[in-house]
Design a protein around this ligand. Sequence first.
Ligand SMILES: Cc1cc2nc3c(=O)[nH]c(=O)nc-3n(C[C@H](O)[C@H](O)[C@H](O)COP(=O)(O)O)c2cc1C
Length: 419
Amino acid sequence: MVQRQLPNPAELLELMQFKKPQLDGKKRRLDGALTIDDLRTIAKRRTPKAAFDYTDGAAEGELSLSRARQAFQDVEFHPGILKPAPDVDTSVDILGGPSALPFGIAPTGFTRLMQTEGEVAGAGAAAAAGIPFTLSTLGTTSIEGVKAANPHGRNWFQLYVMRDREISYELTRRAAAAGFDTLQFTVDTPVAGARLRDKRNGFSIPPQLTLGTIINAIPRPWWWIDFLTTPKLEFASLSTTGGTVGELLDAAMDPTISYDDLAVIRDLWPGKIVIKGVQNVEDSVRLRDAGVDGIVLSNHGGRQLDRAPIPFHLLPSVRKAVGDDFTVMIDTGIMNGADIVAAVAMGADFTLIGRAYLYGLMAGGRAGVDRTISILRTEIERTMRLLGVASLAELEPAHVTQLTRLVPVARDASEAVVR
Ligand SMILES: Cc1cc2nc3c(=O)[nH]c(=O)nc-3n(C[C@H](O)[C@H](O)[C@H](O)COP(=O)(O)O)c2cc1C
């Protein structure tokens, strides 16, 4: 028999701990976001459909992106036990300088479209967190504007080599003059990928007002107020004639870029140079032998070739082929700090985040990007503690296996699973 008594008013009072309401709506919104997926949900609610889809979407059937995310979800970790790690050190040296965390912000084009603070929010948040920020050739803040937002931290510049080479050379010189320390030369855009969501939405730059856009704008007034009351949304470094992003890319990009262009850029650039968009072992080795400082294994967040190799799957064979001393970075599909820990364990020196940053930006401008970084930092630290490692250098392939939902089939018994 359970013994019962009348409720004790003092005990009841103790239980009634009402929290003081948070009156700052943005803070309330961001504090409530516990994962990058939560930030994505807020971002979707607050951003016009065409801008959200431009960011969230990928090419064709979006398989490159969904598979890359799936590959990280299929990681199984193997913790060591009774290995206390009361403090974890998440810092790394990358490309000749420090980073407080094993990730930096990836280059993204047209960033002020997502939220008006754009690259200034990204560069400021990166500065505060002590991680590198990358400005895209298709950015909406100038090289000098990013330098002003992150004057003492590390800025990297992403280069597209245009049909009109002189435009690219001039940007390279300007970034060097502004003290950017690393150049990411992106090589996976001979033509634009088919971003079908943009086509279906009739998305163009500058955005066009249609009946649909206006109806979609009604529950998202702040984006439109920002858009209409801040400087015009345009590429900071290029003049263009308008159209979808794909059309703009096709007009500007040169499908004939080659190793000869790499040699010219190498001569122009005084700092570190990495090639972004590498997708097989053979190219990784060739680039190492060509003397670049590193590579980014990436399929451009699934926005170019659909059904492309999953960078996380490619990583072990690339690491094995290029050796331990060559810098290998990885991006595409990172939505959790645990993804970053898994990538480092499998041999990545560093990682880049694209959408995870942009979801934060859309959810709350600069404070939203701060929130992205703090969510990933917490997840990295917690995962390291749970694995029983105190520093990134202690992570090794033995900490990770890959559940076999998405494993490439070996073509014959002697052949590696990925080229
Ligand atoms: C909206 C958007 C714009 C992008 N623009 C560029 C760009 O201008 N140059 C570039 O090299 N990569 C660009 N990327 C690719 C990112 O640098 C990065 O490779 C990709 O976002 C990583 O995948 P994730 O979004 O899953 O993190 C863009 C990605 C997104 C989502």
